[in-house]
Design a binder for this molecule. Structure first.
Ligand code: FES
Length: 203
């Protein structure tokens, strides 16, 4: 049994927590543990079952932690994507460089990231390339009132408060944690050596 650091991304929210996981635990149990510690407590009750994702792949519910080769420092679990963040806070922009209602594209640690400063003050960060065919989302049609971004490629639409696909549904942008420290917007980049980018067929 070891404590695994897990970043869980849920509907409209995310948490970072340590949960006890055994090598023999199947992913269904890992997901139950994440839900037990978070859903209905730190985030709203979740409408559907959680799935565990590691290295961009959704793992089978029956796969054990040992089968999946998940080491404590590299565990990932979640509804769409949950991934471990360790010491990965990267300076993105000065707070004054991203006004409310604006979006901006930045590249951090080799990741293309779209920062969104919603009207009302919330700042979020998502994968910067479209999950369909990797067109730059920052070049899309942005509506700061509705919070909907339309990709310039083939007009897929995304709710930029959640990252959920609106048209079509069934895909979701990878969401990075964000914090503001000393007027600096910082993005949490999981230091697990993989690119954090949901594609249409796995997001
Ligand atoms: S590339 Fe974005 S919708 Fe096709």
């Amino acid at each position: 049994m070891a404590l695994f650091p897990v970043q869980g991304i849920f509907d409209d929210d995310f948490v970072v927590m340590l949960i006890p996981i055994d090598d023999a635990d199947p992913m269904s149990v890992v997901a139950e543990k994440v839900a037990h510690h978070a859903a209905g407590r730190r985030v709203a009750p979740q409408p559907g079952p959680l799935r565990v994702r590691f290295h961009g792949q959704v793992l089978a519910d029956t796969a054990t932690v040992a089968d999946a080769g998940v080491a404590p420092a590299r565990c990932a679990a979640g509804g769409v994507s949950m991934s471990h963040v360790e010491d990965g806070w990267a300076d993105a922009l000065e707070l004054g460089e991203l006004w409310e209602g604006d979006i901006i594209d930045v590249e951090l640690h080799g990741e293309q990231i779209l920062l969104v400063h919603h009207v009302g003050g919330e700042i979020l960060a998502f994968q910067g390339m479209c999950p369909h065919q990797e067109v730059l989302l920052a070049d899309g049609n942005w509506n700061d009132e509705s919070g909907v971004l339309e990709c310039p490629g083939h007009h897929w639409q995304f709710d930029m408060r959640t990252g959920n696909g609106l048209n079509p549904t069934g895909c979701r942008l990878y969401r990075f944690p964000v914090r503001v420290a000393d007027e600096q917007i910082q993005v949490g980049i999981p230091s697990d050596g993989v690119r954090h980018h949901n594609r249409a067929n796995d997001s």
